[in-house]
Write a protein that binds this ligand. Sequence first.
Ligand SMILES: C[S@@+](CC[C@H](N)C(=O)[O-])C[C@H]1O[C@@H](n2cnc3c(N)ncnc32)[C@H](O)[C@@H]1O
Ligand SMILES: O=S(=O)(c1ccc2c(c1)CN[C@@H](CF)C2)N1CCSCC1
Length: 273
Amino acid sequence: MEKNGKDSGVLAMAACYQGFDPAAYLQYNYTPPRADFGRTDSIVPWKLACLHRAFTEGDVSGELLVDIGSGPTLYQVLSGCEVFKKVLLTDFLEVNRQELRRWLQDEGGCNMDWTPYLQHVCKLEGRRASEWTEKAAKLRQVITDVLPVDVHRPLPMASGALPSAGADCLVSCFCLESVSPDLATFTKALGHIGRLLRPGGHLLLIGALGESYYFGGPGVKIPVVPLNEEQVCASLKESGFTLIRLEVYTLPQDMRVGVDDVTGVFFVKAKKD
Ligand SMILES: C[S@@+](CC[C@H](N)C(=O)[O-])C[C@H]1O[C@@H](n2cnc3c(N)ncnc32)[C@H](O)[C@@H]1O
Ligand SMILES: O=S(=O)(c1ccc2c(c1)CN[C@@H](CF)C2)N1CCSCC1
């Protein structure tokens, strides 16, 4: 149902996000015990390996990488920052953009220590883990801005934010399905972000499978559109993408704690037609 040109479900979703708590979100999803580098079956090394392979296997190139719906996290560009000269982070909420800027300015006050993630990706790159400080410096050098984004707008970013040709590569993690009230809106949002990408550019998409809600803070229950692999593939095709690779991780039972009801995670590498 439309209201002033905005779907009521999208408006309701935006209202849910007003309670989003970056510090709590980071604690729920990116710190032990859920985020555990020590376990061989952990999701975190799996995600970082998917991203590392996708960025470094030789077909991804260009000047500009844009992360859509960054939230308060930057693991998603730890490999990409070595491939692109310029990286833009984006989010809908100022609280998340502020969290990212605090890390970039390296003046303290951050709610997350990304060192284990930096060290892990250094090892994936064949470097010593102790080179994480160089990688942090590289990140701070190539991430040139943290900008607003709304994937429900036909043009999700301000005009002039990107070159007229578009970005060379997009990455987006756990965003579209967690901001869309239904599958049709998810697919439409995928099409919107596709317009930010040049033809032939790559999309790296990580998302939740079978998830219907998550907590974005204490008592902040946010609905998620439950997806399966077939729906993800169909939405990509409908939105003008050619699938290159789909990988799926099934969450071990003990990782299914109360912060969400995610059952699996997908990784997609695709190319804009
Ligand atoms: C589940 S978090 C994902 C954060 C991060 N990318 C990660 O991998 O954990 C979803 C993010 O989408 C953002 N968001 C909410 N509404 C949005 C919209 N309409 N367009 C783009 N991002 C939105 C939220 O602020 C939040 O940071
Ligand atoms: O990296 S995850 O797969 C992950 C990471 C982030 C999120 C989810 C899952 C599922 N809910 C999302 C809400 F949109 C956010 N992970 C889940 C297992 S424990 C460590 C975190």
